[in-house]
Design a binder for this molecule. Sequence first.
Ligand code: AHG
Ligand code: MN
Ligand code: MN
Length: 333
Amino acid sequence: MRRVTLMQYLIEQERQKDWINADLRLLIEVVSRACKAISIAIGKGELAGILGGAGSENVQGEAQKKLDVISNEILLEANEWGGHLAAMASEEMDHPHQIPHRFPRGEYLLLFDPLDGSSNIDVNISVGTIFSVLRCPEGVSEPDERAFLQPGAAQVCAGYAVYGPSTLLVLTLGHGVACFTLDRETGSFILTQEGMRIPEDTGEFAINASNMRFWEPPVRRYIDELLAGRSGARGCDFNMRWVASMVADVHRILTRGGIFLYPRDSRDPSKAGKLRLMYEANPMAFIVEQAGGAASNGHQRILDIRPEGLHQRVAVILGSKNEVERVTGYHAA
Ligand code: AHG
Ligand code: MN
Ligand code: MN
């Protein structure tokens, strides 16, 4: 079998299909190199003394882990000098990071969740990195927060890395979804799956059921029906999984189908859910749709939401199409 590296794959997309230009190719290569560095750091774990808390909080008021901060720095340093970016934004930074003036500026904006699932770091469970790429609006030379506030449908590329038993990179350029596996011996990401498809039907769901008492009626109704199994309205049994790393839960869904819900709940009415629109929900929604699945906040396609803030939160329901449509139907009822 011909081994296709990520670099070869991207050059093919550029030369033969004209789906990307050299700057976007460089951007993806640089992000993949940063993910490799994060994967190596995570692999060292306690040996490098990098488990545990950093003793600081991010803009969302969440305690940062050492690896949240390290991963953020790896992505910033890798991406600021190549000339492919106009600015970067991250879960771990209050405001966009400008490209230092000594480096050339490019036409893209990069957003990321440097380490997703950080509560799982210290217990050796899969975590990941999520990223989203937008075009910098025309005529904007110092992109501030407003430059980033584009709907998910405007993304030119999105992807995630999962640091699990294998390190994987999953990518969409808006023409389907491809998966690459890191060959730790050669240090290259190798294409291991193309045209990933999420089955339209599923018997598996993912939700943090400890929040059940805070859910809104449509979500409660849907989950009650799944839990009732064969003897209930659905007439069949469902299985439940919750890794608490969105990357790992989404990757399972991309591999064998399923539905993932982090709905809006009544714990804090000022927040429309837990997950962040710009660097968690949008890139995952883009990938899931490109694999034939669906992604909604219950009322609206995630990719159509007009963002109002860099760190805004959103309810997320994504995965196998027929199940997502059923839940959105319950919201409309
Ligand atoms: P992050 O570690 O980037 O803050 O994201 C964690 C997210 C997501 O990965 C996961 O699905 C969810 O939080 C888990 O939340 P609970 O701990 O409430 O289950
Ligand atoms: Mn996250
Ligand atoms: Mn994170």
